[in-house]
Design a protein around this ligand. Structure first.
Ligand code: PEP
Ligand code: MG
Length: 561
């Protein structure tokens, strides 16, 4: 029996839960020590058996899957036993390649053919790679990669999860997520909060400390993990949930401070499905629609028609409520296969965000055309903004482009220190700004947001980051322009008080975080928020800033964290 062990990581999605551990397996790759093929007949038979087993496994998963994924799994199963693929593998074996090498090379040749055909066929390349990785694992006697099929609600344990993988998780089956790597503003963490799944990242040593099926409990608020929890542990976690629930009780309606200063509470979304789910929450619209999720994990860009359909669905989901759409923010940790501008030494400092759109105007134009069509069809309260703006020229360029499509409200994200300290000038050419505190922290502190080790630097509590936010708000008040926040900081109830105190008038976050932020605002006057902000910004360190804010805030705030 495993002994009770407590580990700590970084809590990124509040809530407590427990369940059996289920491991996400990484793809194994070619076996570098495998023998060359000397008997095509025998090796060919081995590969065919592996592919048949992959197909059977996929069919079995399809049976229990929801309608939307059923068809995809069935089509992938059929592709696993495709005659052309098997012929290609035999050809590689005849050249003398070992079995896993033959699978990889034949799949690559096949994938290139599908890419050339374009459209639906090109989209099958992802399925083909999935088959390759599953067959390789079988040939090497290893478990198949990816999220395992869950027979009961479980806690997922992974080294890290790709954003595309996280986005498809079923919150009914996944009770919690614990990763060894990742940081508080990594996209995996963001998506977990989006799905309302409690999550802890940067849990060093978790994979080694735990076996599949063992019970594990987590508190995604404070980042605590308990392996083999006792009854007392689960009772304590339940008590924390209860205190939180009582602090949240009665949180509803428009966001405002105790003395009636309005703060719009909005949702961060990535898909039309997110929009429908978020719209069902008690909130005032969406302050960040990360449109790049329509573009990720594909071999070609979505068409104007496809995009129009999605944007229309999103705008309709929110009815008359505000929807702030961010144009394509790809590059860095969100690469696009069809907009590859070549290798970069430092992708986070490279041609990402608006810079990529300026080099691939076709992608932005398609997007703006689709947004304009969706706006025309719905007449919604649509705001459009560009990511990663650093100069006034970039802001002007984007503003002119968006206006030329007839879009009514055009803004920028403030994610670079350059935009923050020149906010007054940059804001003079657009209608509004939304502060992306994730990237603003990364670029102010020169600390990679993917690096869990740098979490101390990456927090918006760093006084330098708070100064950047204040500079942006000063630019907003000098120009009379609206300043929102849509980075993870907006969903932290204590930080929300600081942001409002600095002059932010809307906060956008994972829908699951809105209640806590609303409850925190409701018990503080605007002047108290201003006082909390002043204490935080005058602190010398990030820890002191947070402690100072906590000291001035109402004691009930502790139950919301
Ligand atoms: C941000 O940087 O704070 C932001 C909201 O954008 P993203 O997290 O998608 O980079
Ligand atoms: Mg960003």
């Amino acid at each position: 029996m495993t002994t009770r062990t407590v580990l700590h990581g970084i809590g990124v999605s509040a809530g407590t839960s427990f369940g059996p551990a289920a491991f996400v397996t990484p793809a194994a790759g070619v076996d570098a020590s495998e023998p060359a093929c000397t008997d095509v007949e025998t090796d060919g038979q081995r590969v065919r058996e592996a592919l048949n087993a992959v197909a059977e496994g996929l069919k079995a998963r399809a049976e229990g899957a929801p309608e939307t994924s059923k068809a995809i799994l069935e089509a992938t199963a059929t592709l696993a036993t495709d005659r052309g693929l098997i012929k290609g593998i035999d050809k590689e074996l005849k050249k003398g390649s070992g079995v896993t090498q033959a699978v990889h090379d034949a799949v690559e040749t096949y994938a290139n053919k599908l890419r050339k055909l374009g459209g639906y066929m090109a989209e099958r390349v992802t399925d083909l790679y999935d088959i390759r990785d599953r067959a390789t694992a079988r040939l090497r006697g290893l478990p198949e990669p990816g999220v395992p099929t869950l027979s009961e609600p479980s806690v997922l344990i992974a080294h890290d999860l790709a954003p595309a993988e996280t986005a498809t998780l079923d919150p009914e089956q996944v009770r919690g997520i614990i990763t060894e790597a990742g940081g508080p503003t990594s996209h995996t963490a963001i998506l977990a909060a989006q799905l309302g799944i409690p999550a802890v990242v940067k849990a060093t040593g978790i994979s080694a400390a735990l076996a599949a099926g063992e019970q594990v409990a987590l508190d995604g608020g404070v980042g605590e993990i308990i392996i083999a929890p006792t009854e007392a542990d689960t009772a304590e976690l339940a008590e924390r949930s209860r205190r939180r629930a009582s602090a949240l009780a009665g949180s509803s309606g428009e966001g405002s401070t105790r003395d009636g200063h309005k703060v719009k509470l909005l949702a961060n979304i990535g898909t039309a499905d997110d929009a429908r789910k978020a719209a069902a929450f008690d909130l005032e619209g969406s302050g960040l629609f990360r449109t790049e999720f329509l573009f990720l994990d594909r071999d070609s860009a979505p068409t104007v028609e496809e995009q129009t359909k999605t944007y229309t669905e999103v705008l309709e989901a929110f009815g008359g409520r505000r929807v702030v759409v961010r144009t394509l923010d790809a590059g860095a940790d969100k690469p696009l296969s069809f907009a590859d501008l070549g290798e970069e030494e430092n992708p986070a400092l490279g041609r990402r965000g608006l810079r990529l759109s300026m080099m691939r105007e076709d992608l932005l134009e398609t997007q703006l055309e689709a947004l304009a069509a969706a706006y025309k069809a719905t007449n919604a309260d649509l705001w459009v903004m560009a990511p990663m703006v650093a100069t006034i020229d970039e802001a002007k360029w984007f503003e002119a482009k968006a206006r030329s499509y007839g879009l009514p409200k055009v803004g920028i994200m403030v994610e670079t220190p350059a935009a923050a300290i020149r906010a007054k000038q940059v804001l003079s050419v657009v209608d509004f700004a939304s502060i992306g505190t994730n990237d603003l922290s990364q670029y102010t502190m020169a600390a990679d947001r993917m690096q869990g080790e740098l979490a101390n630097l990456l927090t918006p509590w760093q006084p330098a980051v708070l100064s950047m936010i204040r500079a942006t708000c000063e630019g907003g008040s000098a120009t009379g322009k609206h300043i929102g926040v849509c980075g993870e900081a907006g969903g932290d109830p204590l930080m929300a008080l600081v942001l409002v105190g600095l002059g932010v008038s809307s906060l956008s976050m994972a829908p699951s975080k809105v209640n806590a932020v609303r409850a925190a605002l409701r018990v503080h006057d605007l002047s108290t928020c201003q006082q909390i902000a002043a204490y935080a910004i005058d602190s010398w360190t990030a820890d002191e800033a947070r402690e100072a804010a906590l000291r001035v805030a109402d004691p009930m705030l502790r139950d919301l964290l």
